[in-house]
Write a protein that binds this ligand. Structure first.
Ligand code: MN
Length: 732
């Protein structure tokens, strides 16, 4: 297919975009030269390439560089690296070329941005490995991550031209890895946009409907914001403040997750927006000035004492500083007010880069602390990439608590940390020997959950050793990996005894102890490694019964019965078979070849957007694309995902759960059952209703054909008198 391309117009457009980039990054004379050189190199290297949309490929690196300069606030080196970020991966240009032309700093960054290629372990995940590789460079140069985020942001902004399954995969990764990462680095604006874009592709209907509602309510909202802020503005001016006030709607994603969490429609979300007051204040006065503004706001509106957040005295780990309060506004509506200085505002929007700009003025650098923690995790060579991502996410999402040592030193830990986590945070050896703690002078167990403000004294004993169940008590990645290390060491010691026992047995039966024979045992008992085999023999959980299950001729032992499972139906083979046989699973068709199950975590029914996931032991499981587990599956195990759709059949019925709430009136249960069984002729499996202070809440389990059928039923139920809400139960 040939397409007519106006190359002259394209050249003009490329130059226009390049000039825009220069405008955004305002380089020095020297810097401008280097940027030009990088631009020329990228232009040349990508000259033959086009994006999926048909546009010249060079648009992409220019756009990424533009984001890096304009939205993250980085300078020349980063802009150069951004322009070159896809050059090594996609063209003949090598890292050595880059180093020769632009120096080792740029080369290191570009290397960090180049994906791992070639063969990799199929049981792991390429995505996880790439992510890990990228994070490995974090301790060298955080700019790698910042440029990667810009790259991801531009790819998300241009995701429209990708096929649907790519959209889902990329959006899932974005939600699962990149937006939390942006959050952790304090790039609030980018984090929000990434989340909104991911929602746009994973749940297009919800996204569209919220965007529409926000548009429709805009005028009312602005009117309310005006009424709310007018008296504050007047007073601030009177007291001589230079300030700006903005009323911003919350992001579509945060509105959507609120609707889901609270099970309420758009109209019932109260805090659709937050008021932000940004003041111009010299650094030495900003704290007291912010509290003066707080005092003015609360003179007009009554604050909710439970919703005061002071991130000025103790900034968040990502550097965020701000004073938040929620006050009772006109018409009895709660309104969140954020108060901060210009400096704090810039850090909140641009995160890390802005942080450096003001570095000399901030007292501590919590981000450095966080990077150190990540480095510690990465230095553990044993952990595989997926474990690592799990632990990494653990640290990403955790909110923090602040606790104190007996000497009054402040320590930050993820929330849900226990006294044992605290012990490991102090020192690994303190963790290993910990038998308990005194929290605020009271004796507590290892598993005690700490709260902000606790003061902790660790109690140790030289006789203590790490125990398996400790893994249940700890939250921090550091404590987890240290305990695992110790247990592994312990297991290794025990396994040595088991090995000696097995060797004696072999000797007794006059069989040679060699790798072949050990492997035969492993295969027969389906044990993963010699270490596990020896360990199980040592602790007595496996009895090899004088090798009665085996025959032996001279040196080689052989199992009498064939190994279970040791046929061609290995897992890899199964994945290949399913993938090779068809592009798309049709659910409801006779699938004589493969087993499938509807996953209980999201209970899909026909009409739902679904995909198949190839499991190790249970065939294919069908999940909804908005299943809470889908994101993780799609981003970590993309090669095990198969596309799936429903056949147009009406014979089969599927079980769904519906949640209802309403006002408890006489006969309401009777009315509900009447509607379901008489009017709709639907087969109901169970109904349970609990009533409390005149309000009831209930669950109905019933059989439906598909989503249309379900929607009709839910509409019907909504019309029953006394019923207030009707919601499908997404997961159990
Ligand atoms: Mn790219």
């Amino acid at each position: 297919m040939m397409q007519q391309i106006d190359t002259e117009a394209e050249k003009k457009e490329i130059l226009k975009r390049y000039r825009n980039l220069l405008k955004a990054c305002k380089p020095t004379k020297e810097g401008k030269k280097t940027i030009r050189q990088a631009f020329d190199t990228a232009l040349e290297a990508h000259s033959e390439m086009r994006r999926k949309s048909g546009e010249p490929y060079i648009y992409h690196p220019i756009a990424v560089a533009q984001i890096v300069a304009e939205e993250i606030g980085l300078s020349t080196t980063s802009v150069v690296a951004a322009l070159l970020h896809d050059v090594v991966e996609d063209t003949d240009t090598t890292l050595e070329d880059i180093e020769r032309m632009f120096g080792s700093k740029v080369a290191t960054i570009v290397d960090g941005l180049t994906k791992i290629s070639g063969v990799f372990d199929q049981t792991s995940s390429l995505q996880a490995e790439n992510f890990r590789k990228m994070l490995l460079t974090l301790s060298d140069d955080v700019r790698v991550i910042l440029i990667k985020l810009a790259d991801r942001l531009h790819n998300m902004r241009t995701l429209d031209s990708m096929p649907r399954e790519k959209q889902l995969k990329i959006s899932s990764e974005t939600k699962y890895l990149y937006s939390p990462l942006a959050h952790r680095l304090g790039l609030y604006a980018i984090k929000t946009e990434l989340e909104d874009l991911a929602l746009k592709y994973t749940e297009p209907e919800i996204f569209k409907s919220i965007a529409r509602s926000l548009q429709q309510t805009k005028r009312d909202r602005n009117k309310f914001i005006g009424e709310f802020t007018d008296p504050i503005k007047e007073e601030l001016t009177k007291q001589g403040f230079t300030f700006s006030i903005k009323g911003r709607p919350k992001s579509i994603n945060s509105i959507s997750s609120k609707m889901r969490k609270q099970g309420v429609p758009f109209e019932e979300i109260f805090d659709l927006f937050a008021i932000r007051i940004v003041i111009d204040s010299p650094i030495e006065n900003e704290k007291s000035d912010c509290w003066r503004v707080y005092s003015i706001v609360t003179d007009f509106y009554h604050p909710n004492p439970d919703r005061l957040r002071d991130w000025i005295s103790t900034p968040k780990a990502n550097g965020y500083e701000s004073l938040h309060t929620t006050v009772m506004g006109p018409n009895g509506k709660w309104v969140e007010v954020q108060i901060r200085s210009n400096r704090m505002d810039e850090i909140a929007e641009k995160g890390y880069a802005a942080h450096w700009k003001y570095k000399e003025s901030t007292t501590e650098n919590a981000l450095d602390e966080w990077i150190n923690r990540i480095r510690e995790m990465l230095e553990n060579p044993e952990s595989n990439a997926l474990d690592f991502i799990d632990e990494f996410k653990l640290n990403l999402f955790a909110d923090e608590i602040f606790v104190f040592t007996p000497k009054g030193e402040l320590r930050k830990l993820p929330s849900n940390s226990t006294s044992l986590d605290f012990a490991f945070d102090i020192h690994t050896d303190v963790g290993y020997k910990c038998i308990g703690a005194k929290v605020n002078h009271k004796l507590v167990p290892l598993s005690y959950k700490l709260k902000s403000g606790d003061q902790i004294e660790v109690i140790t004993s030289s006789k203590q050793t790490p125990k398996e169940d400790w893994l249940n008590y700890v939250t921090t990645a550091k404590a987890k990996s240290r305990i695992k290390d110790a247990l592994k060491e312990e297991k290794r010691k025990i396994a040595e005894d088991g090995k000696a026992m097995l060797q004696r047995k072999f000797k007794h039966l006059k069989i040679t102890f060699n790798t072949n024979n050990v492997n035969e045992l492993l295969a027969h008992y389906r044990i993963a490694s010699p270490l596990d085999l020896y360990y199980r023999i040592a602790i007595g959980s496996l009895d090899v019964k004088d090798l009665k299950d085996f025959t032996h001729d001279k040196d080689n032992i052989k199992a009498k019965v064939p190994h279970p499972k040791a046929d061609s139906h290995s897992f890899e083979q199964m994945v290949k078979n399913i993938r090779g046989s068809s592009d798309m699973l049709v659910i409801g068709d006779r699938m004589d070849k493969f087993d499938y199950k509807l996953s209980p975590c999201c209970s899909p029914i026909p009409g739902d957007d679904v995909f198949g996931f190839i499991t190790i032991n249970e065939g294919i499981k069908i999940h909804r694309t908005n299943c809470p587990n889908a994101i993780e599956l799609m981003s970590n195990y993309a090669y095990r995902i198969v596309k799936a759709r429903w056949t147009n059949q009406k014979e089969i019925a599927f079980l769904v759960g519906i949640n209802i709430t309403g006002i408890d009136e006489v006969g309401v249960v009777n009315n509900i059952t009447m509607v379901i069984s008489n009017e709709l002729k639907v087969n109901m499996r169970s109904i349970s209703i609990e009533s409390n202070d005149g309000i009831f809440e209930g669950t109905i389990m019933l059989f439906v054909h598909d989503t249309d059928h379900l929607t009709m039923m839910m509409d019907k139920l909504k019309s029953v008198e006394g019923i207030l809400t009707v919601n499908r139960i997404d997961s159990n």
